[in-house]
Ligand binder design. Structure first.
Ligand code: BDP
Length: 330
């Protein structure tokens, strides 16, 4: 054998035996993508990044999850579809648009459903929350974990909202969700479903007059610049969820699937902690910018709740039953 052939043969054997992804090579074997609508320094995006970090650490660098924040992979509805077909590996979304793919999820986002955040976390971290995560499999998703998203409130560019009557006829942007359309209609306003990324310019040009969201989103999207009247009505608590594509997960080993599921759960306390901090910062910032923040009187608050009661009465039987189970969690 010529010398160069010998060297070549030895090299080939060495390459074959060296396991890919060993600390020596440090190159990931599998690179997966996660779609996120929020900007890089938003608490939820940081939760995604913590999840990715834990997966990378616990697989010794074999699996790397790249977080594409700021809608780089598209708006939520399109990204959910991508995950369903296995074109995108993971996403973190609000359960509002997800309910179009798994209708039972509406039970988790009914107006004034939870007695407070403690009640919500009891539900999500208990048997009910677990059954919801599992229930996504027939729709080709794997539910991984929940993130905090606080309470949602109305804001608009026109006037202070102190009573339900003040909302009458206002064009309000909602997520792409039937339930949210019904909610806004039940208050006498006009719902306009629209992707998150289009809301700022729609408010600016007057295509819509208002929207609804939590403090962090109101602040980070700069919607407060074009809609300065914010009313603390707290109509919903809509949990955020991290989901994986079932098609993608099924191709991984059982061991790696477990690492991913555990890493997601373990990223929750970090996201929730950052959320709490940022909720305060966002509120302080928009207050300092001179936004008009309106607290409802107890009577007005009761009227908001009363106006949405028909939504409960109209629920399909299986949803009604689930809502009752949620309410019964003590
Ligand atoms: C934010 C959620 C985000 C939603 C957005 C919206 O974090 O996932 O897409 O609301 O209103 O609070 O579309």
């Amino acid at each position: 054998m010529k010398k160069w052939m010998y060297v070549f043969a030895v090299l080939a054997v060495v390459t074959m035996v060296l396991p890919l992804g060993s600390p020596a090579s440090a190159a990931p074997q599998t690179i997966l993508r996660l779609g996120e609508t929020h900007v890089a320094d938003y608490p939820t995006t940081k939760g995604d990044m913590e999840f990715a970090r834990l997966v990378e650490e616990r697989t010794g660098g074999r699996i790397k999850i790249e977080v594409f924040h700021s809608k780089q992979l598209g708006e939520e509805k399109a990204v959910i579809e991508g995950v369903q077909f296995g074109a995108i590996d993971f996403t973190r979304v609000s359960i509002s648009p997800l309910a179009a793919f798994a209708p039972m999820f509406d039970a988790l986002q009914m107006p004034y459903l939870y007695r407070g955040e403690e009640h919500m976390w009891k539900v999500l971290n208990g048997e009910i929350g677990e059954s919801f995560l599992k229930s996504l499999e027939p729709a080709n998703f794997v539910g991984l974990c929940w993130y905090d998203s606080g309470a949602r409130n109305f804001y608009n560019s026109k006037k202070e909202i102190k009573t339900v009557a003040d909302l009458k006829g206002l064009k309000i942007r909602v997520q792409e969700s039937k339930l949210m359309m019904g909610l806004v209609s039940s208050l006498g306003a006009v719902p306009t479903p629209m992707p998150f990324g289009e809301v700022y310019s729609a408010l600016q040009t007057g295509v819509i007059e208002g929207a609804e969201n939590n403090w962090p989103s109101y602040f980070s999207t700069s919607h407060y610049e074009v809609a300065k009247f914010f009313t603390l009505d707290g109509h919903t608590r809509v949990p955020e969820i991290l989901i994986a594509s079932k098609i993608v997960m099924d191709k991984l080993s059982k061991e790696d699937q477990e690492i991913i599921k555990k890493a997601a759960k373990d990223s929750m306390p970090y996201q929730i902690k950052l959320w709490k901090e940022f909720e305060k910062v966002a509120e302080e910032k928009v207050r300092a910018k001179g936004c008009v923040i309106t607290a409802l009187t107890p009577e007005a608050q009761a009227d908001f709740q009363k106006a949405m009661q028909p939504m409960y009465d109209q629920l399909k039987p299986e949803l009604k039953e689930m809502v009752k189970k949620i309410q019964d969690v003590k």
